[in-house]
Design a binder for this molecule. Structure first.
Ligand code: ADP
Ligand code: ADP
Ligand code: ZN
Length: 216
C-alpha cells in the first residue's frame, strides 16, 4: 500500500499515520520531521530552511522533492509507505508521480483529512511534540502521562515555533492556496478517499482503516 495523507496542518495526519504505521508495519514518512531533523543537525539545508519553516511557509520544492524521493526508495519502503505532508503543491505531486512511475509503482490511495478551521486552531495551539523522538501530544485531547515528558522515550516536550498564532495563520493561507488544489487532482485520478478528521482519535482511526480498505 502506497499512501499519501493530505489535509490542513493540525488535521491529525501525523497522529493517524503513527498508528497506521504500527498496525500495518509500514514506514511513516513525515516530511516535516525530516526537515526538522535537518534544522536540528544544523546542516547546510537546515540552515537554509529554518526561518522559512518557523514563519509557516513552504521550503523550496527541490529540498522536499530530493528528501522524499530518496526516502521512498529505501528498502523499508518497498512494501509500501505512508507519506505524510508531501506532496503539498502541484510541482511536488508531479515529481512524485514521475518518481513512482520510474520505479513501476503507483499511489494506491490519497487520504484527505476533512476538518473545520475552528477545530484546527484548538489542535495546533495545544500541540506538544517530543524533542527526542517527534511523538505528538495534545494538552487536552491526548495528554502525556506525565506533564511535559514523552510517554514513548522520556524526552522533553516542547511547542513548535510554527504552532504560534502568526505562523498558524500563514500555514492556513499556504494550505488553501497551494495544497487544497491537489484534492481535485486526486479526485480525478479516483484515488482520493475522505476521512472525517474532526472526530476523536479512535473514531478517525476506525474510519481510516475502512477508507483505505474499501474507499469512501
Ligand atoms: P503540519 O502537519 O503541522 O503542517 P509539518 O510537520 O507537516 O506540519 O510541516 C511543518 C513545516 O515543514 C511546514 O509548515 C513547511 O514549512 C515544511 N514542510 C513540510 N512538508 C513540506 C512540503 N511537502 N513542502 C514544503 N515544505 C514542507
Ligand atoms: P498534522 O500532522 O495533520 O499536523 P497532528 O497529528 O500533529 O496533525 O495533530 C495536531 C494536534 O491535534 C496534536 O496535538 C494532536 O495530538 C491533536 N490531535 C490529532 N488528532 C486528533 C483528534 N482526532 N482529536 C483531537 N485532537 C487530535
Ligand atoms: Zn519521545
Amino acid at each position: 500500500m502506497n499512501l499519501v495523507f493530505l489535509g490542513p496542518p493540525g488535521s491529525g495526519k501525523g497522529t493517524q499515520a503513527e498508528r497506521l504505521a504500527e498496525k500495518q508495519s509500514l514506514p511513516h514518512i513525515a516530511v516535516g520531521d525530516l526537515l526538522r531533523e535537518e534544522v536540528r543537525k544544523n546542516s547546510e539545508t537546515g540552515q537554509r530552511i529554518k526561518a522559512v519553516m518557523e514563519a509557516g511557509n513552504l521550503v523550496p520544492d527541490e529540498v522536499t522533492i530530493t528528501l522524499t524521493c530518496s526516502r521512498i526508495t529505501q528498502p523499508d519502503a518497498q512494501k509500501g509507505f505512508i507519506l505524510d505532508g508531501f506532496p503539498r503543491n502541484t510541482v511536488q505531486a508531479e515529481a512524485l508521480d514521475k518518481r513512482l512511475k520510474e520505479e513501476n509503482k503507483m499511489l494506491n490511495r490519497v487520504v484527505y483529512f476533512d476538518i473545520s478551521e475552528e477545530q484546527i486552531v484548538n489542535r495546533l495551539s495545544g500541540r506538544r511534540s517530543c524533542k527526542k523522538c517527534g511523538a505528538v501530544y495534545h494538552l487536552q485531547f491526548n495528554p502525556p502521562k506525565n506533564e511535559n515528558v514523552c510517554d514513548k522515550c522520556g524526552g522533553e516536550l516542547y511547542q513548535r515555533a510554527d504552532d504560534a498564532e502568526n505562523a498558524i495563520r500563514t500555514r492556513f493561507a499556504v494550505y488553501r492556496q497551494q495544497t487544497q488544489p491537489l484534492i481535485d487532482r486526486y479526485k480525478r485520478e479516483k484515488i482520493l478517499v475522505n476521512v472525517e478528521a474532526g472526530k476523536d482519535i479512535k473514531e478517525v482511526f476506525a474510519e481510516l482503516l475502512l477508507a483505505i480498505q474499501y474507499g469512501s
